[in-house]
Ligand binder design. Sequence first.
Ligand code: IPE
Ligand code: IPE
Ligand code: MG
Length: 250
Amino acid sequence: MSIKEQIDLQRLPRHVAIIMDGNGRWAKQQGKIRTFGHQGGVKAVRDTVEGAAELGIDVLTLYAFSTENWNRPKYEIDALMHLLVQSISKETPTLMENNIRLATIGNTDSLPEKVAKNLKKAIEKTAGNTRMTLVLALSYSSRWEITHAVQRIAQEVKDGTLQPEEINEKVISEHLNTSLWPDPELLIRTSGEARISNFLLWQIAYAELYFTQKLWPDFRREDLFEAIVDFQHRERRFGKTSEQLKSEHA
Ligand code: IPE
Ligand code: IPE
Ligand code: MG
């Protein structure tokens, strides 16, 4: 049985998030400079996006550039931004063919004008697509996002449109960049690192975490399928006992 056939399509995670890591090491293994690895990562993005859409995942969020990544050497940031401009334009037809809508989370204002412009164009062009939403986290960090949410909530309290006692988990979720989508149920990180690196801290409260040694440029849809099969073998208890869950499903 192929790995895809092992997936129970009735129990798919609605939202999968991926920390795409290991581009630099992949390049280094081949004696190439780090930016070669970022170029290699584009193919992995394309294949994973198509694989997710083909399965019927509703939302796929990809961590492409973190707030902290601005601290990298300038040549690497420039190369990454150039690659983003190129790839967004080049991949828009694929998004259209696959009926995929593009969205973004993060501090778009901090992106070079060319990236922001291309991103906006692709988002507008794909706005009517309905099969899957591809969310690119760009210049994103969770603490940045939460800080902004708190600022906006505080402003509403100051303006008198929100009472402090009305602030609950739903209100907080609604003020995050991800307000339109359900929380990720599965979070994948490639390259063997077992950390979250400031990604979706609020939203992954109950996500299943999946770590793989594969470096991002080597990741393909079969690797996504493998992660989903693993996810489907887990018991998501949400604080309850295993016995409780069994009697609920009986
Ligand atoms: C992930 O690969 C891509 C970005 C963070 C932009 P890295 O560039 O972090 O690759 P490693 O972790 O150094 O191998
Ligand atoms: C996390 O990867 C950010 C992205 C994948 C965009 P990093 O490679 O920047 O993470 P750390 O710094 O090693 O934790
Ligand atoms: Mg890294």
